[in-house]
Ligand binder design. Structure first.
Ligand code: PGA
Length: 270
């Protein structure tokens, strides 16, 4: 009931209607080429036949497949591509790295920045992520900025303050115009790949707090325009309730995005 009332309030706000609805699939380090192509073809076909909403669908394949996958989504106007990472540097002697300019040069529109696996296994800090955000934006690639707390932080600390601080330190130096190009993905670490999904109430609490935090710096109108996705064990079963929450504008999906039927059902839930 509370959710319903909030949604009605928001739907009377024209800015709410302007927010992009997004379902993104993060394939992580999975699939060989044939499998990646098959998954994409299946998704495009299913979306064409079954998806009756205006959701933007963003596929985040391993970088090595971006140009190939691009050909398979060419005629699917609501599909777009994201890289899973990019360098904070513009170019130069950084063996193995991929730059935002390279992504721009092959027409990739989005890049995941600050996924918790990058923070955890590759020691990416809020300060480094601020640099990556800057570099991506300077080449016209929109960051999908990931944030979220660990289970320990949720249990022992001010977990909302912790996530707000991730935004402050990596995004709040941006101009209003720059921030509007950023998508935020709240992904509690304890829900990623664990089968534990945050409840719609838990996710909504954080999304509303993050939107209020953005509003405190950039004003309510800007905050209302920013898409905030939820990620962490999203499935076709959990998606409808999560996506119905007023401040949840779609999802960043890992495991369930590797299966075409499951991912299509998540998109339909949008
Ligand atoms: P998951 O991954 O859906 O498998 O939990 C989400 C993510 O890491 O983006």
């Amino acid at each position: 009931m509370v959710l319903l009332l909030r949604k009605m309030t928001f739907s009377h706000n024209k800015n709410f209607l302007m927010r992009k609805k997004i379902v993104a699939g993060n394939w992580k380090m999975n699939k060989v080429l044939d499998e990646a192509v098959a998954l994409t073809s299946e998704l495009v076909n299913m979306a064409k036949d079954e998806v009756r909403n205006d959701a933007k669908i963003i596929l985040c394949p391993p970088a090595i497949y971006l140009t190939t996958i691009q050909k398979y989504i060419e005629d699917a106007p609501n599909f777009a591509l994201a890289a899973q990472n990019c360098s904070d540097k513009v170019s130069g002697a950084f063996t193995g790295e991929i730059s935002a300019q390279m992504l721009q040069s092959i027409g990739v529109q989005y890049v995941l920045i600050g996924h918790s696996e990058r923070r955890q296994y590759f020691n990416e800090t809020n300060a480094l992520l601020a640099e990556k955000v800057n570099t991506a934006l300077s080449f016209g690639v929109s960051p999908i900025f990931c944030c979220g707390e660990s289970l320990e932080q949720r249990q022992n600390e001010d977990y909302i303050g912790f996530v707000k601080n991730q935004l402050t330190e990596s995004l709040f130096h941006l101009s209003e115009e720059q921030l509007k190009s950023v998508v935020i993905a709240y992904e509690p670490i304890w829900a990623i790949g664990t089968g534990l999904t945050a409840s719609a109430e838990q996710a909504q609490e954080m999304h509303a707090a993050l939107r209020a935090h953005i509003a405190s710096k950039y004003g309510a109108e800007v905050a209302d325009e920013i898409s905030i996705l939820y990620g962490g064990s999203v499935t076709a079963a959990s998606a409808p309730e999560l996506f119905a929450s007023p401040d949840i504008d779609g999802g960043l999906v890992g495991g369930a995005s590797l299966k075409s039927r499951e991912f299509t059902n998540i998109i339909k839930a949008r």
